[in-house]
Ligand binder design. Structure first.
Ligand code: ATP
Ligand code: MG
Length: 605
């Protein structure tokens, strides 16, 4: 069994033997970088040097870096994603290039760690209109003995890094995967598949492009190498363990949780998941608290993340019957694990335990009151009833109830919660408090009355029906909703006939009568397009958009047309949960707005 200590040491020694200098882990809290809350990778503290600053230790560096990714919090519970993890890395600051980087990665994996070549698969950048296929990387891997069928080519989504902002250094990368002993899950199984057969362990990034203000990718005059390897994942696959949690920097936490709760890690999928979340969250919270910056749980920034981690751990603890404070006992194990590895953790030992216990006690107090309050709210709900978005939001707002907890408590009583509505409430609240003026400016959207929400959903039905009756050229040009009516502007060259209007009404009322569920999923814009979602595709969207489906729920990336889906549309919501709630739809007026644009006013009765 290779230990984490041995792995870190072997890695650093290996790169020292290739002329690298060891640099210590930087703080988890980035210095002079207000754009992110945490250090997300080994390269993060090196950004100024990658951009051209001279590094005091030279051009070849290596480190074991504490890393934290808030973006992975929802993945926690699976086998491979943690919020806090350790990243081993080596860098070339305008020194060596791909050949050395890839060859050394390969040498370390196969010679030092003795991973059989057959267990490795790699990916390289396939090229697109911005940058060419990374043929060099492909050939280097082939030359090292990786056969073509285990060298996969992917586009930017998988094999391109950066830039970190809108402009800056970026470039193709090549990722290394460990192949687990399991079958392909299907035709398209490969490293980008999440079935668990391929575990990504290492990424070599070739930062040799620069994205400029015009959005062009130009070859940079600097060539940097940035690599990152996850300690927990490598230890797991190397030691033939099923997941990150069985490695030596996590297993003592699981054992502690087993002791405290009397449950066994492998007892059931629910128990496994709860233990994973608790172990991950307490470890991460302890590592942030253990940083010399002395972050305390609180209402904003890093403090808020720590608070959220501890509260989630407490709530998952409830699943295991843990009703007394337990977090600091688990955190004690974290301190033991990282003693001598990250000396600050030992230095801040007391601080970690006290802050952890304080936050847990605070939360437990409101938690108990919250549960009482919750029970009052549901007392009149029949079995199968729905706790409204507003009530779920009150619990969240006043008692810090994470929505998952409300859902779970409801489930125990045979109730459901309007989660989509809750998420809307949170979003509305956030944008209201963040930019009150902006929210007001949006007018219609700030009006969250029940009728407006109904009209909002009715608008989706109308849009889909118009396309079905008039043709695919129909696209939204504008929409305005009040509590009394909807108004919808769309592209269409001529006045609608009475027959067409009637048909549209029939389709919409048919959808209402079918009582379709209204659901949404989040996906990227290209995924939404593949899915055939309609709506306004424009630049205001970030990486992810919401697609509302009327009919069978859609998960990305299922690309096929689905006959059971009445409408799929990119939209921020909110919507009713079922079309049956809408009443009867009637078109009141159809008129011209401008050349090629028509307007419909319609009501729900
Ligand atoms: P994935 O696609 O699996 O989420 P990634 O592409 O986000 O990984 P990189 O940004 O390339 O990962 O990070 C480099 C290495 O760090 C990965 O190869 C992996 O070994 C490790 N790593 C990344 N994210 C995590 C995480 N959430 N938990 C544990 N290890 C991680
Ligand atoms: Mg990656």
């Amino acid at each position: 069994m290779l230990t984490s200590r041995e792995l870190r040491q072997k890695y650093l020694d290996f790169f020292v033997s290739k002329g690298h200098k060891i640099i210590p882990s930087a703080s988890l809290i980035p210095e002079n970088d207000p754009t992110v809350l945490f250090t997300t990778a080994g390269m993060h503290p090196l950004v100024p040097y990658l951009l051209g600053e001279v590094h005091p230790e030279g051009q070849r560096l290596t480190s074991a870096q504490k890393s934290f990714r808030t973006g992975d919090i929802d993945e926690v519970g699976d086998r491979w994603h943690l919020t806090f993890f350790e990243m081993l890395g080596n860098w070339s600051l305008n020194d060596y290039g791909r050949k050395e980087a890839i060859e050394w990665s390969f040498e370390f994996l196969t010679t030092i760690l003795k991973i059989p070549v057959e267990k490795l698969a790699v990916t390289v950048f396939e090229g697109d209109s911005d940058a060419p296929f990374d043929e060099e990387a492909y050939k280097i891997w082939q030359g090292l003995g990786i056969p073509a069928q285990r060298i996969f080519k992917y586009g930017k989504k998988e094999n391109w890094w950066g830039p970190a902002g809108t402009i800056g250094p970026c470039g193709p990368d090549t990722e290394m995967f460990f192949i687990n002993n399991q079958e392909d899950c299907g035709d398209n199984c490969g490293p980008s598949c999440s079935c668990g057969k391929y575990v990504e362990i290492w990424n070599d990034v070739f930062m040799e492009f620069y994205k400029n203000e015009k959005g062009e990718y130009v070859k940079s005059d600097r060539r940097n190498i940035d690599t990152g390897m996850g300690v927990e994942r490598v230890l797991a696959v190397l030691n033939n363990l099923y997941d990150n949690y069985q490695t030596d920097t996590m297993w003592p936490l699981i054992e502690k949780i087993e002791d405290l709760s009397g449950h066994e890690y492998i007892e059931s999928p629910e128990v496994t998941k709860s233990m994973r979340v608790i172990a991950d969250h307490i470890r991460s919270a302890a590592m942030v608290l253990g940083d010399d910056r002395h972050i305390v749980p609180g209402k904003k920034d890093q403090g808020y993340v720590v608070r959220r981690l501890i509260r989630r751990a407490v709530r998952y603890g409830r699943n295991l019957g843990l009703k007394q404070n337990f977090c600091s006992q688990v955190a004690e194990e974290v301190v033991k694990i990282f003693v001598d590895v990250y000396p600050e953790v030992t230095r801040n030992h007391e601080f970690i335990l006290t802050e952890m216990a304080k936050e847990e006690s605070n939360f437990r107090n409101t938690l108990e009151n919250g549960i009482k309050n919750y029970e009052l709210r549901i007392v009149n709900l029949p079995t199968g009833g729905i706790l409204s978005a507003k009530e779920a939001f009150d619990l969240y707002q006043s008692f810090g109830f994470p929505i998952e907890m409300t859902v779970e408590l409801a489930k125990e009583k045979g109730l459901a919660v309007d989660v989509a509505g809750f998420e809307e409430e949170v979003k509305q609240h956030q944008s209201l408090s963040r930019t009150g003026a902006q929210a007001k400016f949006k007018g219609g959207l700030a009006d969250q009355g029940e009728m407006s929400i109904k009209y909002h959903t009715a608008t989706h039905l109308l849009h889909a029906a118009l396309r079905a009756v008039l043709g695919e050229h129909v696209a939204q040009r504008g929409s305005n909703i009040t509590a009394e009516r909807l108004r919808f502007d769309f592209s269409h060259p001529e006045k609608m006939t009475d027959e067409q209007k009637k048909r549209v009404e029939e389709l919409v009322n048919g959808a209402i009568a079918t009582n379709y569920p209204v659901t949404f999923s989040e996906m990227t814009v290209p995924e939404a397009k593949t899915l055939g979602a309609i709506g306004i595709f424009d630049d205001k969207y970030g990486n992810k958009v919401k697609v509302y489906s009327v009919g069978e729920p859609q998960e990305p990336p299922r690309a096929h047309e689905n006959a059971l889906t009445f409408s799929k549309e990119i939209c921020g919501g909110p919507h009713v949960t079922n079309t049956g709630l809408l009443g009867k739809f009637r078109i009141v007026k159809e008129e011209a707005v401008s050349a090629g644009v028509r307007r419909i006013k319609a009501v729900l009765e």
